[in-house]
Design a protein around this ligand. Sequence first.
Ligand SMILES: Cc1ncc(COP(=O)(O)O)c(C=O)c1O
Length: 322
Amino acid sequence: MPDKAPMKALAERARAVLPAGGFGNFDPSIFIREGHGARVLDEDGREYVDYLIGSGPMLLGHGHPEVLEAVAEQLPRGMTFFANNAAGLELAEEICRAVACAEQVRFLASGGEADMYAMRLARAFTGRDKILKFEGGYHGMSAEAQMSLAPTRLVNFPQAVADSAGIPEAVRGEMLIAPFNDPEYLESLLAEHGDQIAGLIVEPLQRIIPPEPGFLLTVRNLCDRYGIVLIFDEVVTGFRLAYGGAQEVYGVTPDLCTLGKVIGGGFPLAAVAGAQGYHGPFRQGHRRRRQVADDARHAVGQSGRRRGGPEDDGNPAPRRRP
Ligand SMILES: Cc1ncc(COP(=O)(O)O)c(C=O)c1O
């Protein structure tokens, strides 16, 4: 006799082999069997309108014919080569066309990984260690990112509260936390610590909180003043808030941005994008990393994209595309 509630049986099996019986943040009692367009079907045959859309990236809906066609065309030709491939190059070119801060793109497997690399690039570029993030901002699962997303105890800003066990105290000590949408606090914090901060990472639209008018521009200007690499985490907003992401909508161009699965049509793909000079540590070669970082600083200064550099005219960085 067929099982009338297959999801119950699946959930029982899942509890044995998956922590908390699930893949992550969603209700572990629900198992989705398939999705078509804006609807998904669970293993018990219930249909839902899918407002979750894969937590964001399935913007085109499930099984979009053009995505399926592209995938079906490629699958018989192989999937993972390690080497370059033309389709990936084409995607990088399109990202550079679409996203104002993108001159070069490094592909990665997940948004959190892209954020982790972006923070490392900021450290390599500046030679500093500290990272500033906003309370409530989500940037993946790295030790740096797992700070003050939803602090369980009250502490004074800019002290960080670890959201997870297993984070070394040393990492917590390198993080500074500021309240989102509070330019005065940010200004006073940077007046004290600005010259120690490598990167400031922000979701330009933080979860569901839009930036107050002028806030992102203030952040941009303060980063310029203190030589801090501004990172927009566009894992949620990239190609979704607008084709050019939040930086297009709010008219503020970061130094680096991160993009998530939306660039892979929902497949696990992500990227960190920015001006050429910031990608120094990604360049292969036998030179020591310090030399690469020095070259990177030089290259970005030369390009005039980084304010405070030799070609600084005091104006916001030109956006390369309207
Ligand atoms: C703003 C933001 N950054 C980073 C991430 C991490 O992306 P991933 O789950 O691909 O590692 C997420 C995931 O939801 C996100 O919303």
